[in-house]
Design a binder for this molecule. Structure first.
Ligand SMILES: NC(=O)c1ccc[n+]([C@@H]2O[C@H](COP(=O)([O-])OP(=O)(O)OC[C@H]3O[C@@H](n4cnc5c(N)ncnc54)[C@H](O)[C@@H]3O)[C@@H](O)[C@H]2O)c1
Ligand SMILES: [Zn+2]
Ligand SMILES: [Zn+2]
Length: 378
């Protein structure tokens, strides 16, 4: 390609500081270095974790930054030492890497590769290094990916090659939200056939968890949200019962205990609130109940009574649904193409990168499940 080896000037949505609208700027994207790939981003979803960084976490060292971590695109050029990818490959950048060599990658128990951004920077949510500049300043690459940019550079250990037949404006959702929720149910909770489940929070992550419970054969799936507009969509993904905590004047765990003869077998927290995490734990049954934390926050400590765990409940957390990313994402793409998992139903809005602030507003006000932004022409 004519651009290989050269700096590319392109459009990106820059978050100069927390709590302010993003600004579409012309940025410079350096060529890929050793073992890196430069990707033309075609489509990206907007996930709540982008909003968390902007409006909730607001870590001062995490700006200026290019957000976005749920994208799909095409390889524009490759750096020295890259053999696994060719120009023109269809790919999904990964916010959690899979180097296949570290002790975590070698263990079947976890997807926490120690080579990725995640290894040392949960608060800043970016590595110190970046291939982006704008107006003479370095821009951070959010979660190592930065998909709110026409081009991005990612290490090859954090890229999945996918079936070129896959529609990128749908499979981009497998870069975060859908794998996260689905995998939390299937891989982390290990939902069993015939079981009873509760999912707290019905954004894309929670709805994907509902779909995971359904695909795993759960017989009762209770969908919980304070926004009742979400219930109709939850039914599409397999929810059987619907609870709005605002309709009850007792703790939600008591409501669920009454509905399920003592509590659910599996509960999944997909909100990012420490109070909801506690409710989700208390909603599962003593003896064998498993509660999984999926919602993202490191701002507050949580609390629970030790007896909850002493009595036999298990409390777990899940990043990216426990999927080993490079292996899991292409398999999920295949599952979508074979109609084993749904993706189209998550997309409630389509916009362009220039409309990213409108997409953020929709999510802030609970008016969308996922907005997919078209970033470049394929
Ligand atoms: N662990 C991971 O790897 C990972 C990956 C992606 C996203 N996340 C996190 O998952 C969470 C959900 O993301 P999303 O994109 O689906 O967000 P979203 O904003 O689309 O959905 C959140 C939902 O929670 C509901 N909610 C809010 N307060 C509630 C309450 N008290 N009880 C019940 N429901 C409540 C909202 O009405 C909304 O429907 C966020 O915290 C996000 O940061 C985690
Ligand atoms: Zn996300
Ligand atoms: Zn690794």
């Amino acid at each position: 390609m004519a651009t290989a080896g050269k700096v590319i000037k392109c459009k990106a949505a820059v978050a100069w500081e927390p709590n302010k609208p993003l600004v579409i700027e012309e940025i410079e994207v350096a060529p890929p270095e050793a073992n890196e790939i430069r990707i033309k981003v075609v489509a990206t979803g907007v996930c709540h974790t982008d909003l968390y960084h902007m409006f909730e976490g607001m870590h001062k060292d995490g700006f200026p930054v290019v957000l976005g971590h749920e994208g799909a695109g095409i390889v524009e050029s490759t750096g020295p030492g890259v053999t696994e990818f060719q120009v023109g490959d269809t790919v999904i950048p990964l916010f959690i890497s899979q180097c296949r060599e570290c002790r975590f990658c070698k263990s079947p128990k976890t997807n926490q590769c120690e080579k990725g951004w995640v290894a040392d920077s949960y608060d800043v949510m970016s590595a110190a290094e970046s291939r982006f500049t704008c107006k003479g300043k370095k821009l951070l690459q959010f979660m190592g990916t930065s998909t709110f940019s026409e081009y991005t550079v990612v290490n090859q250990i954090a890229v999945a090659k996918i079936d070129p037949a896959a529609p990128l404006d749908k499979v981009c959702l497998l870069g975060c939200g859908v794998c996260t929720g689905f995998g939390a149910a299937v891989n982390t909770a290990k939902v069993e056939p015939g079981s009873t489940c509760a999912v707290f929070g019905l954004g894309a992550v929670g709805l994907a968890a509902v779909m995971g419970c359904h695909n795993a054969g759960a017989k009762k799936i209770i969908a919980i949200d304070i926004n009742p507009d979400k219930f109709e969509k939850a039914k599409v993904f397999g929810a059987t019962d619907f609870v709005n905590p605002k309709d009850h004047n007792k703790p939600i765990s008591e409501v669920l205990a009454e509905m399920t003869n003592g509590g659910v077998d599996f509960s999944l927290e997909c909100v990012g609130s420490v109070a909801v995490m506690r409710s989700a734990l208390e909603s599962c049954i003593k003896g064998w109940g498993v509660s999984v934390i999926v919602g993202w926050t490191d701002m507050y400590d949580f609390a629970a009574k030790p007896i909850q765990l002493i009595a036999g409940r298990t409390w777990k957390g899940s990043v990216f649904g426990g999927f080993k990313s490079k292996d899991g994402v292409p398999e999920m793409v295949k599952a979508y193409l074979n109609k084993k998992v749904k993706l189209d139903e998550f997309v409630t809005h389509n916009m362009t990168l220039a409309q990213v602030n409108d997409a953020i507003e929709l999510m802030k006000h609970g008016k969308c499940i996922r907005t997919v932004l078209s970033v470049s022409q394929q």
